[in-house]
Design a protein around this ligand. Structure first.
Ligand code: K1U
Ligand code: ZN
Length: 170
């Protein structure tokens, strides 16, 4: 297992659309294992492969209180979504310390492959639903600030760039 670097917004690699995983093999399971290590170390509740510069459709999630319910979603699809939207305060490991409200469908039904390559389905609501939708956006090259106004997004971009300049090695 290894920690991987999390790309920071506005890195253009966060805009890449991820390709489907053709075979769930040991190579994919090694990526999954590194993603869990990286997500838990960063104290996140989810992570998309895009964020660690792997452009394949892989997500890891653990929204449990005890951080003991890891979920792997490979080639995830949303089968059904609620008509009703709900507003949540979102964060992102690619934008540390930045939070804002985003409205998304409250409940979704999801189909994905697990780490053995077997298909499974589940219904999600609450934080799990928000997190899965947020991670699936990453696989499409989208980050939560893309839902905000251009004014807010440009301010966030400037703040992130300033922060990156200040922490750059001399
Ligand atoms: O994609 C990511 O960067 C992970 C992200 C997932 C997420 C959390 C909450 C709403 C939407 C998406 C995070 O883990 S953000 C940081 C975090 O640890 C957290 C945020 C809210 C609740 C619980 C944890
Ligand atoms: Zn994110």
């Amino acid at each position: 297992m290894a920690l991987r670097e999390i790309l920071q917004y506005p890195d253009p690699r966060l805009q890449k659309v991820a390709r489907p995983v053709a075979v769930v093999d040991d190579r994919v399971r090694a990526i999954v294992s590194d993603m869990f290590e990286t997500m838990y170390a960063a104290k996140g509740v989810g992570l998309a492969a895009t964020q660690v510069d792997v452009h394949e459709r892989i997500i890891v999630v653990d929204t449990s209180e005890l951080r003991d319910q890891p979920m792997v979603l490979i080639n995830p699809e949303i089968l059904e979504r609620d008509d009703q939207g709900k507003e949540w305060e979102e964060g992102c490991l690619s934008l540390p310390g930045i939070y804002d409200k985003v409205t998304r469908p409250d409940r979704v039904r999801v189909r994905a492959l697990d780490a053995r390559g077997e298909s499974f389905e589940f219904d999600a609501d609450g934080l799990l639903s928000v997190c899965v939708q947020h991670e699936m956006d990453h696989l499409e090259g989208k980050v939560f600030v893309d839902y905000l106004s251009a004014l807010k997004r440009n301010r966030i971009k400037a703040r992130m760039r300033k922060r990156q300049r200040e922490t750059e090695p001399a």
